[in-house]
Write a protein that binds this ligand. Structure first.
Ligand SMILES: CC(C)(COP(=O)(O)OP(=O)(O)OC[C@H]1O[C@@H](n2cnc3c(N)ncnc32)[C@H](O)[C@@H]1OP(=O)(O)O)[C@@H](O)C(=O)NCCC(=O)NCCS
Length: 188
């Protein structure tokens, strides 16, 4: 699947993308992506090779003007309530988004996410899209708001991605934003 916007192409990863991916994943700028850190270029090659067969839900964000992979966006289908056996329809998605820092604050994230949300709602059966973001992540919060997502919850000391200097878990406050398909139709 390929999604085209004015300035971007969203397409599945190809193995040649590893240098661009290494550029933005060798030092993740937020704690929640620490587990994705790539220490070496060879790690990047392996990581990108592991992505190439995923063609529906995991996209490289490519700048049309120079064909560079400037980031990524993905979301996979989930059931709305994992505690209920009656509810097995996978119509809920939770996107991860990340841009190379040299390409932030230019509206690319919004352009990519807007097109990705349209794709999920129109072509992949999405009923609800929700996003978690830490309370200090202004850029991600702004992106959610610009996409018309409602702030649904604020969870205190919800999750830990890294440790404090003394080795204890650093717990972070997490916000949840969401938009339903019927709200998205109104947003357009
Ligand atoms: C989150 C992320 C993808 C947003 O990218 P971006 O380049 O800032 O997004 P855009 O340029 O499309 O901006 C979207 C809106 O947020 C605003 N914004 C972005 N950063 C901001 C900041 N630090 N302070 C205030 N507003 C900000 C933009 O101005 C824009 O709103 P506007 O058009 O009304 O001005 C990017 O910051 C990133 O990759 N961060 C690291 C990874 C990450 O945190 N992922 C999310 C984990 S939950």
């Amino acid at each position: 699947m390929i999604i085209e916007t004015e300035r971007l192409i969203l397409r599945p990863f190809i193995k040649e993308d590893y240098e661009d991916v290494f550029e933005y994943l060798h030092e993740p700028s937020v704690h929640c992506f620490e587990c994705m850190r790539l220490n070496t270029i060879s790690d990047a090659e392996k990581e990108v090779a592991s992505r190439v067969n995923e063609t529906e839900y995991y996209f490289a964000i490519v700048l049309k003007e120079n064909n560079k992979v400037i980031g990524e966006i993905d979301a996979f289908p989930e059931a709305s309530d994992s505690h209920s056996e009656n509810n097995v329809i996978k119509d809920v998605f939770s996107p991860c988004w990340m841009l190379n820092k040299d390409y932030q604050h230019k509206g690319y994230a919004y352009e990519a996410a807007y097109a990705f949300f349209n794709y999920l709602f129109e072509s992949k059966g999405a009923r609800r899209i929700y996003a978690y973001t830490e309370d200090y992540n202004t850029a991600s919060k702004k992106l959610c708001e610009k996409l018309g997502m409602r702030k649904e919850a604020e969870y205190k000391e919800f999750i830990s991605f890294v440790n404090n200097d003394d080795g204890t878990p650093l717990y972070e406050n997490t916000l949840e934003y969401a938009v339903l398909k019927k709200e998205w139709n109104c947003h357009e």
